[in-house]
Write a protein that binds this ligand. Structure first.
Ligand code: NAD
Length: 542
């Protein structure tokens, strides 16, 4: 591990220096130096004395022993966060935004260290790891630059023109609980927390057990940027154990993960009448219309299906292709899929890396074997590749998938895509809208206006035209989230920060009171008010 790891000025060195650096020596182990691990894990609030070992999906080598938090540790994390939040809420919006902007610079400067950690913990390819610092830099820049737009008090029309003045304030909720998954460990650990901090909140976060070091490195970067250390608390442990104590103490909960867990969280948040945002699973469709640029669609579909080996919430698992371009498209898509370079390692060589865990490999294998046993055809991939890494599965294209197969409607969350032919567009839209999910969709067509028209008929929180997911996901001003069982609430954009605020209206009344004045009877007052309402309506007042 380079000395420029956490807390140090920018450096772009590899994780392990010298001849044992895996970047230069293929026999080297992907283990981190103990003092680096200790510096990171010191940030976990843990008094249990127990640890859980995490190993790398690259080669199975142990990476770190992660200290585990108890319920009391969670309580202490919230206590510290509340103290820090009270002071933070008094810091000016300009100063908060300045610190957030420094994070943008730090993330870009330390992207190599960030990507090293992401790859070691997740097994993904470097180009997919790169998406994470970029997404956080984009998020930090967007919110830093738009802080006043979202957070400044604003005026609204009062009921009596001039005499009633309304000021609307966005006040921090307090302490936000964030529970995040492993698939994009840096992005998911930070992206929802940045607007929470900017809005004046503190955060208690429980990242996924497999990817704690990346999340802890993110916490270190926040402190290096200038956020007070206690403002961002990290606890570690199984979600089933720590989820409830977190929700019991949070003023708002932000969850990203599976739909099944999201429902548990929603029930607990409802019990306490606190708000929650839930970013959940998907079974995302791409529509390739008859006038699509086939090459462009094939390129986008490969990215959409196999980014991070399909372990991306917005990645595509179903593709509906118009009859007129079906053969040409499938030929190009399959050729591109077969040409992908596969592998693990801290270099830029692989187009796709490994799955993160045995559990993931089990689901992917089961879905493919079930489909094949029931008659689906494998056009590309279809096999596990233990020769590359313990949990590697080839990018896989299936044709002839039917509703009785598990991968038809269930989220695989792996590198498996089913292709279906369609004859008319309304049938394709109906099939894309089939099922319970509604996270992300894509439409490929040369007629952009038609593409947007089709997009509006797709029941997904984000839909991309002539792009698979990047256009919406990377546009931080665009709200992002799921319809139906894909979630509730939105990250990004105004919604992404306002979820962490309480909206307060302050009304100030001048001169005129609400009620009869100057000896007016109630009846005369009612007549006067009725006449006033009619006049205001005539004047076009809202
Ligand atoms: P998961 O729901 O099992 O776990 C996610 C997080 O929740 C982890 O930190 C876990 O420890 C915690 N958790 C588990 N049980 C809990 C409980 N009872 N109470 C509180 N916390 C609990 O999900 P996963 O399998 O790790 O992640 C993959 C899923 O996440 C996929 O379905 C994927 O689509 C979804 N995802 C969605 C988005 C999005 O933005 N919509 C992004 C990434 C992942």
């Amino acid at each position: 591990m380079s000395d420029a790891m956490p807390g140090q000025p920018s450096g772009s060195g590899p994780v392990v220096e010298g001849p044992h650096d895996p970047e230069h020596d293929p026999r080297a182990a992907y283990v981190l130096e103990p003092e680096v691990v200790a510096r990171l894990t010191d940030r976990i609030l843990s008094t249990t004395g127990t640890t859980v070992q995490v190993s790398s999906p690259i080669d199975g080598a142990p990476v770190a022993n992660i200290p585990q938090s108890s319920e009391d540790d969670v309580a202490e994390a919230f206590r510290r966060a509340r103290v820090a939040q009270a002071a933070w809420a008094r810091v000016s919006i300009d100063e908060r935004a300045r610190i957030l902007h420094r994070l943008h610079d730090l993330v870009l400067a330390r992207q190599d260290e960030i990507m090293d950690l992401i790859q070691i913990e997740s097994g993904k390819s470097r180009k997919h790891a790169f998406d994470e610092p970029i997404h956080i830099a984009l998020t930090a820049r967007y919110y830093a630059r738009t802080a006043h737009r979202h957070l400044d008090p604003r005026s609204a029309p009062g009921v009596v023109p001039v005499l009633t003045r309304i000021e609307v304030n966005q006040m921090p909720k307090g302490v936000v609980g964030i529970i995040s998954p492993w698939n994009y460990p840096f992005t998911m650990a930070l992206c929802d927390g940045l607007p929470a901090l900017l809005a004046g909140n503190a955060v208690v976060t429980k990242p996924d057990a497999q990817t704690m070091l990346t999340a802890l490195y993110g916490a270190q970067l926040l402190e290096d940027a200038g956020f007070p250390r206690d403002l961002w608390q990290v606890v570690a442990g199984p979600g089933r154990k720590l989820g409830t104590p977190i929700i019991e103490r949070s003023d708002y909960v932000c969850f990203t993960g599976s739909t099944a867990t999201g429902k548990v969280i929603a029930r607990q948040a409802a019990e306490r009448l606190i708000g929650c945002s839930l970013e959940l699973g998907g079974k995302n469709p791409i529509l390739v219309l008859r006038d699509a640029d086939v090459e462009r669609a094939a390129e986008g579909a490969v990215r959409a299906s196999f980014s991070n080996a399909g372990q991306l919430c917005v990645s595509t698992e179903r593709m509906f292709v118009a009859d007129q371009v079906y053969d040409r498209f499938v030929e190009r898509f399959v050729a591109r899929t077969k040409a992908m370079s596969l592998g693990v390692g801290l270099n830029w060589d692989a187009d796709m890396g490994a799955l993160i865990s045995e559990d993931q490999l089990e689901v992917v294998t089961r879905h493919v074997e079930d489909a094949v046993a029931k008659g689906a055809r494998v056009l590309a991939g279809g096999r596990a590749r233990p020769d590359l890494a313990p949990y590697f599965f080839e990018p896989t294209v299936l044709e002839g998938v039917t509703p009785d197969m598990q991968c038809f409607g269930e989220e695989t969350f792996g590198p498996v895509i089913s292709i279906y032919r369609f004859h008319d567009e309304s049938e394709a839209i109906a099939r894309a809208n089939d099922g319970e999910y509604g996270l992300n969709g894509a439409v490929y067509t040369r007629d952009v206006a038609r593409g947007r028209e089709v997009a509006r008929q797709i029941k997904c929180g984000t839909v991309n035209v002539n792009e698979a997911f990047g256009a919406t996901f990377a546009s931080i001003a665009a709200p992002m989230g799921g319809m139906r069982e894909s979630g509730m609430g939105r990250r990004q954009g105004a919604e992404g920060i306002h979820r962490y605020t309480e909206t307060q209206s302050v009304g100030t009344q001048h001169v005129l009171r609400f009620g009869p004045m100057l000896g007016m009877s109630d009846r005369a007052y009612a007549r006067f008010m009725t006449a006033s309402l009619r006049v205001m309506d005539k004047l076009g007042r809202a």
